[in-house]
Design a protein around this ligand. Sequence first.
Ligand SMILES: [Zn+2]
Ligand SMILES: [Zn+2]
Length: 347
Amino acid sequence: MRCRGCDYELWSMKPGACPECGRLWRFDEFRFRPLAAQFLCPHCDHPYAGTDEQGLPTPRAFICVNCTAPIDLDQMRALPAPGTDGSGAMDDEHAWSERARLGYWRAFWRTVGQSMGSPSRIGATLPQRSDFWGAVLFATICGMIGIFFSGSPLFVLFGLASGQMSSGLEYALRAVGTMAGVIVGFVIVGQLLFLLWGCAAHGILRVGGGVRRPIVQSMSTTLYCSGPFIISAVPCCGIYIFPISFVWMAIGMIHAFASLHRISVMRASVAVLTPVLAFVAAIVLAIAGMIWISGNSTWSTNSATFSTQFPPSPTAVASPAQPPADPSAEQSDPQVLPTLGPEAPEK
Ligand SMILES: [Zn+2]
Ligand SMILES: [Zn+2]
């Protein structure tokens, strides 16, 4: 059990201000594994097991069975359950930050599960000293799995369709090279867009009334919310599942930002969705602008051809006469042959 502000160890302390950083803490902001912690009566140190789904004693206020004094949870001290050292007691660790201890495989899938199932816990448990590159690594693995499995059958098909391979080895190398390039490209571009998104959402929150955590943690949180892109890993269907993943990620980001900065879901929604809407609006405007410009230019070229064709009406009449020009070309062929003919006898 560690302080959310500075990672200070809080076992056997009463709730209140952290001695290291002064941050106020309470038990109900943590999640213990059931029965992983015991809570001591403040008067007689009689232990009570944490039995509810949050790993806390229930009810929160009761009469001590040992000393009959009234107890409130916020007066108690917590200790790891007998025979344990408390290292596995917490259910709310940020799994990816604990990947060295948990192992990469377990930490990765646990973080994906949080990202998809309970994104608010990603924001709530993100350590103060979060490693940004760890978040980048997590999002990179998610993106690579999603793009690799959704795209690999397409690469094989496109590779077969393009054909012209001299050997199987060359074909395989080309397919692998293309695939690696596409995956890396997509992952880099995707993450840059995600980071822009996170920065924009953070900026909007900042303008609209302050943020609780630095921008780098908003960026990390955004990357940790990319877990839903794992479901794009369905072969061939990834491109169709992609929008679902995107909406899923946006909803996850709203809840993660709400818990990270301790704001309402409403405010988080405004911060998270505004950049997306602005992006969509910019694209629509750009497309509309391109259509307008191209329509304008074709109209102007049309008018230009009209203006050139209109005054000399004989040329306009001559242009329908162009199709009969083909027979004249055919006629020229026989004319070519006779010219060739005399050259041959000259020899
Ligand atoms: Zn602290
Ligand atoms: Zn007692």
